[in-house]
Design a protein around this ligand. Sequence first.
Ligand code: HEM
Length: 531
Amino acid sequence: MIIMGTARHVPANGSLVTTYLLARCFCDGVSAAKSREVLPTSKVLPMRLMPGPSGLMKLPYIGTALMFAPFSRHSPENFGALVADLHEKYGPVFKSRLGKDYSVHTDNAEDAEAIFRNEGAFPLRRLMTLSKVFRERNGLPPALGTVSGPAWQELRSAINPLLMKPSVCIHYLPAQNHVADDFVNQLQNPTLSPDAQSELLFKFALESIGVVCFNQRLGFLDPTTCDSPDRLELLHALKLCLKSIFLAMLGMERRYLRTADDAFYRSYENAMKLIRQRAMIYVRKIVQDVNRTDLERPAQESNLLESMLTKGNLQMEKVLAIIDSMLIGGTDSTARNMTLLIYNLAMNPEAQERAAKEVHELVGLNDPITPEALAKLVYLKACVKESMRINFPLANGTERSLNIDTVIGGYLVPKGTSVIMSSSRSSLDARYFSEPKKFLPERWLRREGEVVRQDSEDKKCHPFAYLPFGHGARGCIGRRFAEMEIYVGTAKLLQKLKITVDPKYEGLKPIYTPFITPEKPIPFIFTARQR
Ligand code: HEM
């Protein structure tokens, strides 16, 4: 059985939608042979004919190395620009070597839709082999990114109700307000260098996810403790882990597969061990409380960790695996997207003023953000969405290993192949968004007494063209928390401060670490808002 994404080789008069619908019919049990019968002039070509880098670049591993400096102008941090160049050269669908195997790249939202709709019960991304190797060598149970199939589902279904439920998220709103207040207080310091501002955003993200993981403050935003050697060590370890995982995923590093003595692997392992050791310190206190019979327990989830241990019925090692994933997955991601949002608000003063006005009207000048106000901050939320559209969080987008043979761009891509869906390009594509290069939060607003741009109703806006948190059962598990942290952090910032930036910083050059970040920290200017 095959499924079809875009069919660039369908008859010229056959619309894409019709083709897709026909393809869906085939999925319902009609064979591949029949599919070709129904689309007589479509030529489903074998994957070996798919365009892509040729010659030595077709070789496993060597092909990957040759795509990067010193053989090209791209470093791994410029992976987004590299893939963009390849799309320009080879078109919307091409293949490249990422490590041992071929990966297919597509920037068609229709392909993304076809792939996601057929991903089955156990969606699969390429596994994070570096983390997998670490866990196996240390006799640890798998983490979310290192496992697939029923084992992944078992882990995910135990924590989905805890992490994806809005009531659990809202439970942390008071704590997030405090974290955001501390962040804004530190941001007002006019002597902060651009590097220090960038580091502060990272600390904000870590403190925010830390309070969720451990139900206590970690001290990253307290001026008296934030630069203590043990905290800086933890920050460094988190950054190192993420970067190492990214390099390994690109296929840039593979020696670690052979030996535990490899220097790249050693530094990753040491960082992971440090993170686990620090996490244990915070976890121990909560475990002691969970085991106490004299403490009255509230009926509502009082904190995530306690819920995982009691209601989720997870063993301690599995809980720690989840905490690792949350700390590593939830810091760079939120910090970098906040940075880009701050940048976009600075570059678009009208949007910034409208968002600030909304905050002042719904929250006031000093008050904390309540659940009711949070629900109504629609313009601020539209700014967050628009910022991630215009500066997509990842170099490309979500990846899936096909669980079924699939036709992509007219080529038959075999089951098991990894497909990278370039949302970073489709988010900026005029096929899917009107005036795609403009920062227009209004495009996301619904008709609720809001001034709505005509194109918010635009049929062009394909739901699979913009997926910053991925999609479906394997979509980002931290999405609700990430969004809440960004909304609260930004609302608190706009409540007090005005953001400006020298116009010479117009035209951002992003790099990926692996989340989007400016090539060099941008010196933002934060000034108190006039009362
Ligand atoms: C703006 C912030 C964030 C962005 C843009 C983001 C984006 C993503 C994306 C694109 C995926 C892959 C989804 C898919 O394959 O369909 C993902 C997965 C994941 N994210 Fe996030 N993320 C963010 C914040 C967070 C936070 C705060 C956490 C921690 C709670 C987190 C933890 C994870 C985990 C554990 C996975 C793997 C899920 C699985 O394999 O089942 N992320 N994220």
